[in-house]
Design a protein around this ligand. Structure first.
Ligand code: ADP
Length: 468
């Protein structure tokens, strides 16, 4: 298979060869035509010139031609490829150059023949002559026969000139071809370099080297988009890979401690070190419940993130949802002397999967309760405009440090591990909340201030909100 580069160079060269060859052929033939025309005109001028010279030799008084002069004119004409033969009108006198210079005439004709046949092997030419009347003051005084090699002949100088022109043409053609190939190489490099780089990066990605980036930039929009897409794919694969490793290590870490505890407790009971009393069995059971909860949450997160589960959209009356949540949390709220304040109207409705939206609310309210001082309020509000429906859960708790906020929605992320061990959090609730909001096409944001409290804002697009 040919490379793009080779194909481009061959194409460029073929196009330029075709253009140059066409130009050369057209130019060559028009030059030859121009030369032919030029030579014929020169010949006609020369004949006319010698005819006038011969006429000048006529003496009107004696009615004779100057034969000595005629010899000079005849020799000069021979040098110019013309064989002159003069005859007076009455036929009393005549002069013929071939009678004096037969061999030279022969040589001249042979030379002209060689010149023409050497250049044009199919040239059909030979000796020709034409007779011209010589008239002085309207009176015919003689006939001038002009012989030459015809229909036309190129002399040595003219042939030399044509050769030079053809050489220059070949030179120009060669130079143009070299330039075309050079341009082809440069331009093809401009196109193929980014593609080769993209191929190289794709190859590395295929070998599992994620995150590699191509720095090559192209002047070509499509090639740039290709490189950009490959670079983005590479980064995404790197992120996914990192996340995968992180999840594996997080899951292992999360499950390892409770499992080790459980194993230790059970072994102690089996070995008779501990009495398998109710209290210890309850503790083991709690640990198993906790483990099952982690695994279920992981499964849930997986199905939400990978869209394994269909959402069941319906109209949710937000006020009713808030009332129901208040009832659910009533016991715990009372325990902590807290209030759940719902700022919502009768008409506030939201389109979504009620079970999932409820789950989000439970996660956010539970967290708000966990990380708030006793006696403080938790505020839930609902707002909507033509673009979105916005739900806020606000607490007046301990707050979250600013540097922790970007990681808050990552799995198993806890702001303060020791603090959360006490409160029992696993750092997975917010990941699930985020996955649910995103499955609804929405976004979740967090604002927090240490010591003052935290606000979680869920935005659901109105298009979806109004769906159905
Ligand atoms: P967890 O089960 O640990 O609560 P989450 O994913 O729900 O897991 O929360 C992740 C971490 O974010 C929590 O461990 C906690 O440190 C912090 N966090 C969440 N909500 C709040 C809040 N309202 N106030 C303070 N910190 C919070």
């Amino acid at each position: 298979m040919k490379s793009i580069r080779r194909t481009l160079i061959i194409t460029y060269s073929a196009i330029s060869v075709a253009i140059i060859a066409t130009l050369a052929v057209v130019f060559h033939f028009s030059m030859e035509g121009i030369f032919e025309e030029y030579t014929k005109k020169q010949q006609a001028d020369r004949i006319e010139n010698f005819r006038e010279q011969v006429l000048g030799l006529y003496d009107g008084e004696t009615g004779e031609f100057d034969m000595a002069g005629m010899e000079i004119v005849g020799n000069a004409a021979l040098q110019n490829g013309l064989i002159l033969h003069l005859e007076t009108a009455g036929g009393e006198m005549s002069w013929d150059v071939s009678a004096h210079k037969r061999q030279e005439c022969q040589r001249m004709l042979e030379h002209a023949h060689q010149n023409m046949h050497g250049r044009y092997p199919n040239f059909t030419g030979g000796y020709r002559d034409e007779i011209y009347d010589l008239t002085v003051d309207g009176k015919l005084v003689g006939y001038l026969t002009v012989g030459y090699y015809g229909p036309y002949a190129l002399d040595d100088n003219e042939l030399h000139m044509l050769d030079r022109i053809n050489q220059r043409l070949a030179l120009i053609g060669g130079a143009s071809l070299a330039i075309a190939i050079g341009l082809g190489v440069i331009m093809s490099r401009g196109i193929t370099a980014p593609i080769s780089s993209a191929i190289q990066i794709a190859g590395k990605i295929a070998e599992g080297e994620y995150g590699v980036q191509s720095r090559v930039r192209s002047k070509n929009a499509e090639t740039n988009s290709l490189i950009q897409a490959i670079n983005e794919m590479s980064l995404k694969l790197e992120r996914d890979e990192r996340q995968k490793k992180q999840i594996t290590s997080d899951v292992a870490h999360e499950l390892c401690t409770p499992l080790t505890n459980l194993q230790g407790n059970l072994e102690a009971m089996l070995d008779g070190i501990w009495e398998p009393d109710r209290e210890r069995l309850v503790s083991c059971h709690e640990e198993i419940v906790r483990l099952t909860f982690i695994v279920r949450q992981m499964q849930e997160l997986y199905s939400l993130e990978n869209k394994r589960e269909c959402l069941e959209y319906e109209e949710i009356h937000f006020g009713d949802l808030c009332k129901s949540l208040s009832l659910d949390f009533a016991g715990k709220l009372q325990e902590k002397q807290m209030r759940l304040v719902c700022r919502t109207g009768e008409e506030d409705t939201l389109w979504g999967d009620e079970y999932r939206i409820r789950q989000c609310m439970i996660n956010l309210i539970s967290n708000a309760m966990h990380y708030s001082r006793e006696g403080s309020d938790i505020c839930v509000s609902f707002e909507q405009d033509e673009r979105q429906a916005v739900i806020r859960v606000e607490d007046h708790g301990i707050g979250i440090p600013g540097e922790e906020l970007p990681h808050l929605f990552e799995r198993f992320y806890r702001v303060d591990k020791s603090r959360n061990k006490k409160t029992g959090g696993m750092g997975i609730g917010l990941s699930i909340t985020k996955a649910i909001v995103e499955r609804h096409g929405g976004k979740i944001e967090v604002e927090s201030e240490i010591g003052k409290g935290t606000v979680f804002t869920m935005r659901f697009p109105r298009g979806l909100h109004a769906k159905g």
